[in-house]
Unconditional design. Structure first.
Length: 166
């Protein structure tokens, strides 16, 4: 049975004060950063929607795992466990752990792309584009026209334009 509530279904374990900015301040910050979100100072940001890299509060299990994790650089129990589980699930012989998707992409594209290759996608994330371009390949964005119109209602704007792909 679904429970309808106005509160979040969890307890927040990390509290950090934030400076609440006004609309005028945010507009000024954006202008000063030349509308480049990477140039915004962190204390001018109320909610960071630029990244999905785990910048929010962690669960009790995540904090507990941090406390018991084996942080040896090589041969750690944490890596051996990860390696075993990845092999059990996917059957891969070799496992290279990375801390974020962009690091994994860097490894992937260094193996899969070469100068002159074309890598189609609906829309490339900025670090994905940079990793492709660093290998001499060309990222090509093929988002459907409906995905480019913010005012248009559409069931899913992330589709790839398959006609353009052909």
């Amino acid at each position: 049975m679904a429970i309808k509530t106005i509160i979040e279904p969890f307890k927040i374990k990390t509290v950090e004060p934030i400076h609440w900015t006004t609309r005028e301040e945010r507009e000024r910050f954006l202008h000063q950063a030349h509308y480049n979100l990477f140039l915004l100072p962190a204390d001018s940001i109320v909610i960071d929607l630029l990244t999905d890299s785990g910048t929010a509060a962690m669960s009790t299990r995540q904090w507990a795992a941090m406390m018991v994790g084996d942080e040896c650089y090589a041969g750690s129990h944490s890596f051996e466990r990860l390696h075993r589980i990845v092999q059990d699930i996917f059957g891969y012989r070799h496992v290279i752990p990375t801390h974020q998707g962009r690091a994994a992409e860097r490894i992937l594209f260094s193996v899969m792309c070469k100068n002159g290759d074309v890598v189609p996608n609906n829309t490339h994330f900025d670090t994905t584009r940079a990793n492709i371009e660093s290998m001499g390949a060309e990222p090509v964005e093929l988002l459907i026209p409906e995905g480019k119109d913010p005012l248009l209602l559409h069931p899913f704007k992330g589709n790839m334009d398959v006609v353009a792909l052909e």
